[in-house]
Design a protein around this ligand. Structure first.
Ligand code: CA
Ligand code: CA
Length: 242
């Protein structure tokens, strides 16, 4: 029996030989077809063409300040940070500062007086802790109640594109160059960042013979710049049925 007819006989009867044949057919037929389809979706000209793109990259958070203050009821604590304080780290991450973030944590220091007359001390009244961030013309703010924590993010690049990048979504009907431009803050991301943290204290419902006191709250925070290191690539759609 010849080698060819021997192989044909094996294909008829042996599972390994059958898998080998299917594999050869897949690589010789399916792959060139798939890449031809994919290539046809890239119109031309690299990133200048309007089409489908994906953004590859990651947001790196670099701490500017890890601090905190006791803030009295009705007061605000204002301070300024500058990108120069972490210039080396920012440059190492690619230098594209796209936003600012503050994460605040706080407990409750409300006190109950008149012990031991007070037998129904009641419950704490939640204080409101607010934070606002400013960089140039961009501002963002957010409140939280104690005990707990909250985060305020401020971005000065296109947030819709940033969200798509973080989700790995395909971005359509834009050129790659436009996407890149709208995610690149350039030097505008650097400079001063103004931060303001405020507390409005509340006292809870003291029972008969009790008194409650709340003068403010200790608020701790971490302030970070957000650096986006990214690249834009055409989205190559490979037909999964091939
Ligand atoms: Ca309180
Ligand atoms: Ca308090």
């Amino acid at each position: 029996m010849s080698k060819v007819s021997d192989f044909v006989e094996r294909v008829k009867t042996e599972r390994d030989a059958q898998i080998l044949v299917v594999g050869i057919l897949f690589f010789t037929v399916a792959f060139p077809t798939a890449f031809a389809v994919a290539a046809s979706n890239v119109e031309s000209g690299g990133l200048t063409a309007v089409g489908d793109y994906v953004v590859n990259g990651e947001v790196i958070a670099i701490t500017l300040e890890d601090g905190g203050e006791y803030i009295a009821d009705g007061d605000t604590w204002s301070f300024t940070q500058h990108s120069d304080s972490e210039r080396a780290q920012i440059q190492a991450a690619g230098g594209n500062v796209i936003g600012l973030r503050i994460t605040l944590t706080y407990d409750e220091d409300e006190t109950v007086g008149n012990a031991p007359i007070c037998i129904a001390p009641g419950q704490d009244g939640a204080d409101t802790i607010s934070a606002s961030l400013t960089h140039g013309e961009h501002t963002g703010s957010g409140d939280g109640t104690n005990p707990g924590s909250h985060t305020v993010n401020l971005y000065w690049v296109n947030e819709t594109l940033l969200q798509a990048a973080e989700n790995g979504d395909v971005i359509s009907d834009m050129s790659g160059a436009d996407i890149s431009e709208q995610l690149d803050a350039g030097d505008a991301g650097l400079g001063e960042y103004d931060i303001e943290v405020g507390v409005t204290a509340e006292t809870g419902n003291a029972g008969p013979g009790c008194s409650r006191e709340d003068n403010g709250e200790q608020v701790d925070w971490v302030v970070e710049v957000l650096v986006l290191d990214f690249s834009v690539a055409p989205y190559l759609e490979v037909d999964p049925t091939l």
